[in-house]
Design a protein around this ligand. Structure first.
Ligand SMILES: [Zn+2]
Length: 509
């Protein structure tokens, strides 16, 4: 009997997790998916097929791959259909799976492509997961407003999908539990860390009540995966990426909250942060506004060094060659807003910012073959009626100046930042804070940067002249660091860093 390569996927995973914007339901959805994906996929298949014939290659981030050996296609398809039924049952129809098959012979690379092609056809044929009769007389769910409410929990009338998520949110499994295991090992904590129950708890930990949604994703991981030509290599790679992103996230969280861990010790630690999704090369975290940049910076460095260490030390030189001796990298989109700001707006801005960061990374001069430097992009939502990031950057952060026959484009920001360059911005903020640089002058610099070229130059020079000697020294050093001193506040490439410096001044700690 033939062997089969099976690829599985939970389509629209984010749509399921973020169908509602209540933190408890997001936590529950994340726990459900994590358990289905990492545990139940294999366990369910093993109830219908002999377990010794199933070889799991990977299972995370809502996807999975197995090799099932010595098997007819019909019982395999039946087992997969039974797994599909299980996923629908557990999520009350909120999520489902699709799968693709390919005979597994001796061309792993080609067989993966065939299985994924099969999967993509099924994905297009699949119908939206949930569909419940909704009459004008039925009560709709207080949370998702899409399905019929069936039960009353904490004074909310909920549909089965939202109720299941709410029920699962208190379970001590999933990624938060893994974080707790990591904490108890590393810091010898007796009590597990409490998870926040809503986004306002996270925002409150930052002066001014700012919440950040941080979205990260691996750079050119998909492209690299398509090059992998053996099962063993694939297994190793998936394992390295998954464990590295997890460890990078946990390490970065403990770094930025070390004071809380040390202060609370063996009491009950309440982290003002949450890991909303983590798996594969994807990471989505909610943090207090003033911790987000620092978290992303640390997580990026840790991830790259962990993967680099593995790829250079392992006997197999495949990844080391593909990456030119470097590690894999992740890029970040960071959206900040008041914690009562609509979550869906912050989430979609974080997604857009991540896209901007990835594009900038791929255009970086250091990008080579499969190595793309880590970039991050960040934005603070104000009362602006604009929501779309590229649009905001075009309207508010750039202008053109006529010069003779043509025009010169000016950008009032250096964003997206190469992650390693973010340190410059932190250094500038920290030097200015160290001498108590007056806020009025900072705001003056910001207003100047929002003017046209000549007006902004005049105004910046005027502020620099009026500074006390010590203030002027630090300001000029800051401008120098970004190559913006000569034609202050503009760099030779017609950009300035002043807007992000002032907007994020209080968020750089
Ligand atoms: Zn609902």
């Amino acid at each position: 009997m033939p062997d089969y390569l099976v690829v599985l996927d939970i389509p629209s995973i984010k749509q399921y997790v973020f169908m509602t914007h209540k933190l408890k339901e997001i936590q529950g959805a994340s726990i459900i998916l994590d358990k289905l994906n990492r545990i139940d996929f294999y366990k369910q298949l093993a109830t219908y097929l002999p377990s010794k014939k199933i070889d799991p290659i990977y299972a995370n981030g809502g996807s999975a791959m197995f090799v099932v050996s010595d098997m007819e296609e019909v019982p395999l398809q039946m087992a997969l259909a039974a797994l599909e039924g299980h996923v629908k049952r557990v999520t009350c129809g909120g999520a489902s799976i699709v799968w693709g098959l390919s005979e597994y012979k001796n061309d792993f690379n080609l067989e993966i492509k065939i299985a994924h092609f099969d999967l993509s056809i099924k994905r297009h044929q699949s119908v939206p997961a949930e569909s419940i009769f909704h009459s004008p007389f039925s009560k709709e769910c207080d949370s998702c407003s899409r399905l019929v409410a069936i039960s009353d929990i904490d004074e909310d009338w909920l549909c089965p999908v939202c109720k299941t998520k709410r029920d699962f949110s208190s379970q001590r499994t999933g990624i938060w539990q893994e974080f707790n295991n990591y904490l108890s090992q590393k810091f010898n904590l007796k009590n597990p860390a409490n998870r926040p129950t809503d986004f306002s708890e996270i925002g409150k930990a930052c002066d001014g009540d700012f919440l950040a949604i941080v979205y990260a994703d691996g750079n050119s991981i998909g492209r690299l995966i398509r090059e992998i030509n053996t099962k063993k290599r694939f297994k190793n790679f998936a394992q390295v990426i998954d464990s590295s992103i997890k460890l990078a996230c946990f390490d970065a969280l403990t770094k930025i909250f070390l004071n809380i861990i040390e202060q609370e010790g063996n009491g009950n630690i309440s982290f003002p942060a949450d890991i909303l999704l983590l798996g594969g090369d994807d990471l989505l975290v909610a943090l207090p506004g003033d911790k987000a940049l620092s978290f992303a910076y640390n997580a990026s460095i840790i991830f790259e060094s962990l993967t680099k260490k593995f790829f250079t030390e392992t006997k197999d030189n495949f990844f080391n060659e593909k990456l030119g001796g470097m590690g894999s990298t992740i890029s970040f989109g960071i959206a900040l807003g008041k914690s009562h700001y609509p979550f869906r707006v912050l989430l979609s801005q974080a997604e857009e910012l991540l896209r901007c960061a990835k594009i900038a990374g791929s255009q970086d001069p250091d990008a080579k073959d499969f190595y793309i430097p880590s970039y991050l992009d960040f934005h603070l939502s104000s009362q602006s009626h604009q929501l779309n990031i590229p649009h905001i950057r075009e309207i508010d952060y750039s202008f053109e100046r006529n010069i003779g026959e043509g025009t010169l484009k000016y950008s009032r920001t250096f964003r997206p930042y190469k992650t390693q360059d973010l340190k410059k911005l932190f250094d500038v903020a920290s030097n200015l804070k160290a001498i108590n640089f007056p806020k009025t002058k900072l705001n003056g610099l910001y207003r100047a940067a929002m003017e046209n070229r000549s007006q902004s130059m005049l105004e910046t020079i005027r502020i620099a002249t009026r500074c006390k000697e010590g203030e002027r020294k630090v300001l000029l050093e800051a401008l120098e660091l970004f190559d913006c001193r000569e034609t202050m506040p503009w760099s030779p490439g017609n950009r300035t860093f002043v807007t992000e410096l002032v907007e994020f001044y209080e968020f750089m700690s």
